[in-house]
Ligand binder design. Structure first.
Ligand code: ATP
Length: 250
């Protein structure tokens, strides 16, 4: 099977700091993969590189068989490589509908604004926030804004979607709602990479985990195996935490 995405030795340095260090892995169509790692591990930088928001210092990104290294975000979005942002930043002066329509127009291939608004209305309905279409973002709750962010991602017609901490700041019921939406998006054949700190979310969604530690790939494999990997536990909790886990009575 040809990989949908292939990263080859992807590297990004900021001055003396190597934020992403020779990372190589591939994603197959239809996977839901968790990208995890402690704070500062390089997750967001990796997503920024793959989606064109940062230029790599070295390495190659191959998407659907094409070398897309260094391409601009709008170019990649049109190919179907789409992301959400950790801090959601809608256009505050545009209604929810027009926030989504703007994406449909510029990234989703909609022919004109009328067509873009149709796509946007369908995406809002799909995410269960159809009634918010004419509301401005300042009058929308955080949980609804997260759904708005997912609606924008859908309007770009993604093939591969990176979700950057879409559950941050949500309560348990709101998280369950977002998880249902993510499963529904995946069921339509969209490949998903989810950056997430909550193990409940990762375990509930992902069969495969990719772990970064200090910029480098630490582990890549089935979720249960990776979650039990002592090196992963140590990277998350530090030596003392890992030792405590090892000595805990079973
Ligand atoms: N624009 C930048 N300039 C300088 N250093 C940066 C820049 N962006 C990220 N870094 C550094 O690169 C490293 C990786 O950061 P990154 O945000 O990718 O980690 P992360 O795994 O997403 O962390 P978190 O879980 O806290 O969001 C960190 O040490 C960070 O301080």
């Amino acid at each position: 099977m040809t990989a949908l995405l292939e990263l080859q030795g992807l590297t990004r340095r900021f001055g003396g700091l190597t934020a992403v260090d020779k990372v190589s892995f591939s994603l197959n169509e239809g996977e839901i993969v968790g990208l995890i790692g402690s704070n500062g591990a390089g997750k967001t930088t990796l997503v920024n590189l793959v989606t064109g928001h940062l230029q790599p210092t070295a390495g190659r990104i191959v998407f659907a068989g094409h070398d897309v290294t260094g391409k601009a975000p709008y170019h990649l979005a049109r190919l179907g490589l789409v992301r959400t942002f950790q801090v959601v930043q809608p256009f505050m002066q545009l209604t929810a509908l027009d926030n989504v329509a703007a994406v449909a127009l510029f990234a989703g291939g909609a022919a004109d604004m009328a067509a873009a608004r149709q796509v946007a209305a369908a995406a809002l309905e799909r995410l269960g926030i159809g009634e918010l279409a004419h509301r401005l973002p300042p009058h929308i709750t955080l949980a609804q804004r997260k759904r708005l962010e997912l609606a924008k991602a859908l309007a770009a017609k993604p093939k591969l979607l990176f979700l950057d901490e879409v559950n941050a700041g949500l309560n348990s019921a709101e998280i369950d709602g977002v998880l249902t939406m993510i499963r529904a998006i995946a069921a339509e054949g969209v490949t998903i990479v989810i950056i997430e700190h909550l193990m409940k979310v990762v375990r509930g969604l992902c069969r495969r985990l990719v772990v970064l530690h200090q910029g480098a790939l630490l582990a890549d494999g089935p979720t249960d195996d990776v979650a039990r990997d002592p090196a992963v536990i140590q990277a998350y909790l530090g030596t003392r935490g890992a030792a405590m886990l090892e000595t805990r009575p079973s």
